[in-house]
Design a protein around this ligand. Structure first.
Ligand code: AVJ
Length: 323
């Protein structure tokens, strides 16, 4: 019979009591004003992201799925892992391709998904515990940039960080994150890193500006989160969604632009914002990579690159890096 998953909650379920307040205070006083993307993933945001992964324009999901379908067995063998940790796991949909390969190899004993979205994580953990009886499922409700020290210890671990989520981090944040991860892994442990690759601006912009408007709603939901969690009075309809490709930084930059002069009060953060017409709030960046840049960032952090897999169209890369 399936074992019940264990769930450790490291994030305060009352977001307003935790780092949301500091993140909002710091981010919204910068220029451009910025909101950290992890707060996009309330229940609604997680649902919307799930919808994004099924959009025809959102190629990263399909490209990474194709790599995993083709190469999961090789990845599993190359890692030699007995514990799979997944950071920013969400629904863990693609991870099942890895779990299936791990099950056929017979080597996996434990799966530890980590995500900020508690309900999404609990649902995914239940489904996986059911589907893979005998697997210990140890879920962690947490932030992968803050709670790395709580990851399960022992065995040979592979940390999967899929979907291109590392592209949400700025260079300095990536350096800190990869360095901290390398420091806590033991020799033989590995990181499986999914990164979206640089490609034509048209294809990129289409992926973040879908015809059905799902991405627009996903980005706009950040204001709904602040209204609910911090008692803010943003009028989400007074903003327009502006996604653009920054060719110099090689990243997508997703912003909300104030279409009218407005005063917004964020009582839970003790802030009053006066926004002028055209003023923008950056809600998310999504950095795109070149294979050489991924390798050098990993090596700088203390990893050795074992192998890189890409899809046939070279849209996305999975890199296995070993400590
Ligand atoms: C979950 C961060 C990988 O950057 O492509 C998708 C989030 N934002 N559409 C990405 C996202 C808008 C996604 N990541």
């Amino acid at each position: 019979a399936a074992k019940e998953p264990s769930v450790s909650v490291l994030l305060d379920p009352n977001w307003a009591a935790g780092s949301l307040v500091e993140d909002v205070r710091r981010g919204l006083s910068q220029h451009p004003r910025t909101l950290p993307p992890k707060w996009l993933y309330d229940n609604r945001g997680s649902e919307l992201f799930d919808e994004i992964t099924r959009l025809p324009e959102y190629y990263p999901f399909n490209a990474e799925h194709a790599i995993l379908t083709e190469h999961a067995d090789e990845i599993v063998t190359a890692s030699g892992a007995t514990t799979l940790v997944e950071l920013g796991s969400g629904t863990s949909e693609k991870t099942r391709l890895l779990l299936d390969a791990f099950v056929s190899s017979g080597q996996l004993t434990r799966f530890a998904p980590v995500d900020v979205s508690e309900q999404t994580l609990r649902d995914a953990a239940d489904q996986i515990a059911h589907r893979y009886p005998g697997l210990e499922v140890a879920a962690v409700v947490g932030d992968f940039t803050l709670h790395l020290a709580h990851l399960p210890k022992g065995g040979r671990r592979m940390v999967a960080f899929l979907g291109g989520t590392i592209g949400n981090l700025y260079l300095e944040e990536r350096r800190a994150f990869l360095g901290a991860l390398a420091d806590l892994l033991e020799p033989g442990d590995s990181l499986l890193l999914g990164t979206d690759l640089v490609k034509s601006a048209d294809r990129l912009i289409a992926a973040y500006n879908d015809g059905a408007g799902v991405t627009d709603e996903f980005i706009r939901n950040s204001l709904v989160v602040l209204n609910r969690e911090l008692g803010a009075d943003f009028d989400p309809g007074a903003f327009s969604y502006i996604p653009f490709w920054d060719p110099h930084m090689e990243r997508m930059d997703m912003r909300l632009r104030s279409e009218a002069p407005q005063r917004v009060t964020i009582s839970g953060a003790d802030m009053v914002l006066d926004l002028s017409v055209g003023e923008e709030i950056r809600v998310e960046i999504s950095t795109k990579f070149r294979v050489s840049k991924i390798a050098s960032e990993l090596e700088q952090a203390g990893f050795g690159v074992t192998r890189v897999w890409t899809d046939p169209d070279n849209e996305f890369a999975l890199t296995l890096a070993t400590k």
